[in-house]
Design a protein around this ligand. Structure first.
Ligand SMILES: NC(=O)c1ccc[n+]([C@@H]2O[C@H](COP(=O)([O-])OP(=O)(O)OC[C@H]3O[C@@H](n4cnc5c(N)ncnc54)[C@H](O)[C@@H]3O)[C@@H](O)[C@H]2O)c1
Ligand SMILES: O=C(O)C(=O)C[C@]1(C(=O)O)C=C[C@@H](O)C=C1
Length: 304
């Protein structure tokens, strides 16, 4: 594929930035990729493993002359990083982010960006429970979605080129508005993570009671929960604090359904349980029919 940007700057060198670097290189999408992370230790690791063509010691230096600046830090740090890079941004540059929430990131980033700089918020629906500079890999985005939440008046040429970048990295791109994104992701990603964290927390409490049998005999379903609950604590703290309303709304609905199931178990209402599980089974079949099945190369690839 053709080169789309002369210079790309990656700010924050973790799972997503690392995967972007490898995917950009795989397809030759950029002339040079410059990287910066806040911690000197991360920058040293990045240099050691050849993550980025050049790793520099300040965010401002990283964005100098860059055509595309990717903010790949936890969502709670996006505003501060945008403020740090703003004075050094090139006129005409595109700034984007990969944050898991969109309304809060737009509110935090947009006010810092100078006139003549474009901003297209994005969210790749791709990840693992791993984090840090060693965790990225080129195939992460293959056949998965990247959601854009463009602001009104976004330049169509800038948008088209940026879409080509994500396509070149293997992803399919779709667009929606930011509040809708946050509600959808509260259902499909944020609340499920909170439930996994809770279930593993409960098991950890019981571990002491059951003399480690919880770990020894952990069944497949619970093992999937532990993978999710091993995700980065800083990232997920920020996700919940920045998508508060939508997550609380979905959690409220979740609790109501849970109480109804609890009641059905207590009262021996087998029909309720059977009907409910029949309905949820159909959701899984719908996902498989939509092509998101387990034969896809990167579906559930990290479930160990
Ligand atoms: N992990 C996932 O599954 C996933 C998926 C899609 C989107 N995201 C989003 O992508 C972003 C990055 O997530 P990740 O999984 O790559 O995280 P990560 O923890 O692997 O990497 C984050 C990097 O940002 C650096 N960093 C933190 N604060 C910084 C600051 N103030 N200035 C400069 N660097 C800073 C960290 O040192 C680290 O190198 C987050 O906003 C997250 O919500 C994550
Ligand atoms: O596979 C995983 O580990 C993930 O949880 C990835 C996942 C998700 O919920 O699907 C997590 C957060 C992101 O913002 C996008 C993707």
């Amino acid at each position: 594929m053709a080169q789309l940007y002369d210079r790309v700057a990656l700010i924050g060198l973790g799972l997503i930035a690392g995967s972007m670097f490898h995917a950009i290189k795989r397809a030759g999408l950029a002339g040079e990729v410059v990287g910066y992370a806040r911690s000197a230790e991360t920058r040293d690791v990045a240099r050691e493993i050849g993550l980025c063509d050049r790793v520099v010691d300040s965010a401002a230096e990283a964005v100098e002359g860059a055509d595309l600046v990717m903010l790949c830090v936890p969502v709670g740090a996006m505003g501060a990083v945008a403020a740090e890079v703003a004075p050094a941004l090139k006129q005409g540059a595109l700034v984007s982010d990969v944050g898991s929430t969109k309304v809060a990131v737009i509110e935090a980033v947009a006010p810092h960006l100078p006139e003549g700089v474009h901003f297209i918020p994005a969210h790749p629906l791709a990840g693992t429970e791993q984090s840090g500079p060693r965790s990225g890999f080129a195939e992460l985005f293959d056949n998965l979605w990247c959601l854009f939440t463009p602001l009104e008046g976004t330049d169509p040429d800038v948008l088209a080129r940026y879409k080509s970048l994500w396509n070149g990295m293997g992803a399919n791109v779709d667009e929606m508005d930011a509040p809708h994104h946050d509600l959808v992701l509260a259902v499909t990603s944020h609340t499920p993570h909170l439930i996994a964290y809770t279930m593993v927390g409960v098991a950890d409490d019981l571990q002491r009671v059951t003399d480690s049998e919880v770990v020894k005999y952990s069944a497949a379903g619970f093992r999937d929960f532990t993978r999710i609950a091993a995700s980065d604590p800083t990232m997920w703290r920020d996700v919940f604090l920045s998508n508060k309303e939508a997550t609380l709304e979905i959690l409220g609905r979740f609790t109501e359904e849970l109480f109804a199931l609890q009641r059905a178990i207590r009262t021996g209402d087998g029909d309720h349980l059977h009907d409910y599980f029949t309905r949820t089974r159909a959701v899984r079949r719908g996902i498989i029919d939509a092509g998101q099945d387990t034969d896809m190369p990167n579906f559930g690839r990290n479930a160990k």
